[in-house]
Write a protein that binds this ligand. Structure first.
Ligand SMILES: [Zn+2]
Length: 298
């Protein structure tokens, strides 16, 4: 994928195998997916909401940027992964070549390759982190078990233990890179690197940002976990059926979804999600008065 002179390559780490198409959305009925079944994947004789995990390699000028980093080398069911390393190798780059790492937010399935075995995974990179998420995930009030594990037990009806806090807690993953961090605050628009701008997308987490790529008059959005499936960008969400399970602030999260959905549609922006199947890009087009998702292929 190219946005002007910027080149973007998906770095697939793995996938979350989510049983049932409505699992991630507490207000959703399976029937709500019916208009969008072409966006589901048939796996094990049923349709699955496939959540791909990983990140993106963004080459902008002389910068070699990794945006988000999957769930790490040893994920726990329903997260399957460990492929990030090979995905990066397939581009011909080594981890030492990466100049910058940007996290859209600090959930464990995005920072899994920040460090491995207590050492920075990208030894020469500057890690760009929104101060609002740092303060939340590494603050004194943050309880990894309550926020990530117990909530999942109650609301996702998945295993109560879908990650390993000893490896995956934000403090464990991020402390080793503390000397390489450059903080920013995404509340206001901030250009992190030439052509790479962070915009506020908070609500999923306090410091979730949307990255806008700008080059040669073209624009594209990397929305991270603003949304987890394409229907969130095109459905009217009348009953709050597309409110994702783990938002820290639902009202704020949904206001952000509405704001960016409108921009994506009105400005015909190319868009990449944090978990769209295959980390494929797409766009939203108007078709007979309704919004339709269109995958970019090739
Ligand atoms: Zn995520």
């Amino acid at each position: 994928m190219r946005i002007g002179d910027i080149e973007i390559t998906p770095l697939i780490d793995g996938e979350a195998v989510v049983p049932g198409a409505a699992t991630f959305y507490p207000n959703l009925k399976e029937a709500d997916w019916e208009p969008y079944t072409d966006l589901l994947e048939p796996v094990f004789h049923e349709c699955l909401h496939l959540n791909t995990l990983g990140g993106y390699l963004v080459r902008a000028g002389d910068r070699v940027i990794v945006v988000d980093g999957g769930s790490g080398p040893q994920p726990k069911w329903p997260f399957a992964g460990g492929g990030f390393r090979s995905a990066l190798a397939s581009t011909g780059l080594r981890r030492a070549d990466v100049t910058d790492v940007i996290f859209t937010h600090l959930h464990f399935d995005h920072i899994g390759w920040a460090s491995v075995d207590g050492k920075p995974y990208f030894p020469n990179a500057t890690y760009h982190i929104d101060r609002r998420d740092w303060d939340w995930f590494l603050g004194p009030d943050f309880s990894f078990s309550e926020t990530e594990v117990e909530k999942s037990k109650e609301r996702l009806e998945l295993s109560a233990n879908y990650c390993y806090p000893d490896n995956d807690a934000p403090a464990v993953r991020l402390r080793p890179i503390v000397n390489q961090i450059e903080f920013f605050t995404g509340e206001q628009e901030v250009e992190l690197l030439p052509g790479v701008v962070a915009l506020d997308g908070s609500g999923h987490t306090p410091g979730q940002v949307v990255l806008e790529l700008r080059s040669s008059g073209e624009k594209g959005l990397m929305v991270g976990d603003l949304v987890h499936a394409q229907p969130e960008l095109i459905d009217d969400n009348e009953r709050g059926q597309w409110n994702f399970v783990s938002h820290t602030d639902y009202d704020r999260a949904y206001a952000a979804v509405e704001h960016y959905s409108k921009r994506i549609c009105d400005e015909k922006l190319l868009v990449a999600g944090g978990h769209f199947p295959g980390l494929r890009w797409g766009r939203v087009v108007q078709d007979g008065g309704k919004r339709v998702w269109e995958d970019i292929r090739g």
